[in-house]
Design a protein around this ligand. Structure first.
Ligand code: PMP
Length: 366
């Protein structure tokens, strides 16, 4: 990102962009199309909807929290008929309920957030994909903003029609770009819609540039593209399954440390993500706790919705290592101790290391 910016017509830039696009197809394990565009994850949500659904179409949203609900808002503003299956925060919608809903009515799309960042809940996208597959008129849209490149995802195997994420999450780049992948079914759906009202978000406007970056549609964010190209190379160098396993092993170790420290996790054990954890404050601890952590150099996010002030969220995705985890848990211990909630220091770190050791022995790279 610190390089001197060049024109988007620069030959070396075009070569990097093309390599990035190829590598991104490998990350999502798809033969479909990929788009890399300046904007954040929310714009990717709009792009997914704008290119596949029209006014009055029926869509089903499976929501496990704040970002699932955002899908509903985006769809309703476009005049879609939206049905919502939502679960209490910390749990998932049952597969039977999804199955029933799809059998009841014809939906043009089903949208689900792979990991809802508000709750740390992971959806069963593979199982949902298998159900949606039985309804060929229903496209399967997955918000991978808090999951892609950290949680197992394979577009072609899981029958995902649209997947998207933002550069700032598990890719480990600054915010500014989103990546969206589209299956051939999604591209056909776009075609069937004819002219859509959206200009910047239209697949058909961007597609020539995504096949040949010298073809101008709108100016790419040159330095961000370089950064994403490097991050994507690192992801493939680590290897997808090793990267997924690392996230899983690390998340288990964090969860074990948190519980040893007497903290409760919002997400039920069966649906905890490997990328983010929403931690409930014990009695007598409030959001002041985040300021204590901040003094330790640790930035955690606030609870969202009715968990505002009642929980905090730890992001643990991307290019992190064991040192980051030890620093995290040690800081939590010091902050709990200074808030009068922990007398014996070291228990959390020891539980973290024990869990890492136990799980690592089953995985060759660890
Ligand atoms: N979906 C999910 C799951 C997210 O976590 C976020 C952002 N945290 C978004 C969508 C929206 O992304 P952005 O903030 O980049 O617009």
């Amino acid at each position: 990102m610190g390089r001197e910016t060049v024109a988007f017509t620069d030959k070396a830039f075009i070569a990097s962009f093309l390599e990035l696009l190829q590598n991104l197809k490998a990350v999502a394990q798809t033969q479909g199309e990929v788009f890399v565009i300046a904007g954040s994850g929310t714009l990717a949500m709009e792009m997914a909807v704008a290119n596949t659904l029209q006014h009055s179409d029926s869509a089903l949203v499976v929501s496990h929290g704040f970002f699932g609900d955002r899908f509903v808002q985006i769809m309703e503003r476009r005049g879609l008929q939206v049905d919502v299956l939502a679960s209490p925060w910390g749990t998932t919608v049952s597969l039977d309920d999804i199955e029933k809903k799809l059998a009841e009515k014809e939906y043009r799309a089903l949208a689900v957030t792979h990991v809802d960042t508000s709750t740390g809940v992971k959806a069963q996208i593979e199982e949902i994909g298998r159900i949606v597959h039985r309804y060929p008129k229903t496209l399967f849209i997955v918000d991978g903003v808090c999951a892609t490149a950290a949680e197992p995802e394979s577009m072609d195997v899981m029958d995902i029609d649209i997947l998207f994420t933002g550069s700032q999450k598990a890719f480990g780049v600054s915010p500014g770009l989103f990546m969206l992948w589209a299956s051939s079914n999604a591209m056909e759906r776009r075609k069937s819609l004819g002219r859509i009202p959206d200009y910047y978000l239209d697949f058909e406007n961007w597609l020539p540039m995504m096949h040949d970056p010298s073809k101008y549609f709108a100016t790419p964010a040159i330095n961000m593209v370089w950064a994403l190209a490097e991050a994507t190379r690192l992801i493939l160098q680590e290897g997808l399954s090793d990267r997924w396993a690392r996230h899983h092993i690390m998340a288990n170790a964090i969860h074990s440390a948190l519980e040893t420290l007497g903290l409760s996790i919002l997400a039920e054990p069966s649906c905890r993500s490997s990328t983010v954890t929403c931690v409930l404050y014990p009695q007598n601890l409030d959001d002041q706790f985040r300021s204590i952590l901040n003094e330790e150099g640790l930035v955690v996010a606030a609870g969202i919705g009715h968990y505002r002030g009642k929980a905090f969220r730890i992001g643990h995705m991307g290019n992190i290592d064991v040192h980051d985890l030890v620093a995290l848990v040690a800081s939590l211990e010091r902050a709990l101790n200074s808030a009068g909630h922990l007398s014996q220091m070291g228990m959390g770190v020891s539980s973290l290391l024990h869990s890492l050791k136990k799980n690592a022995s089953e995985h060759k790279k660890w």
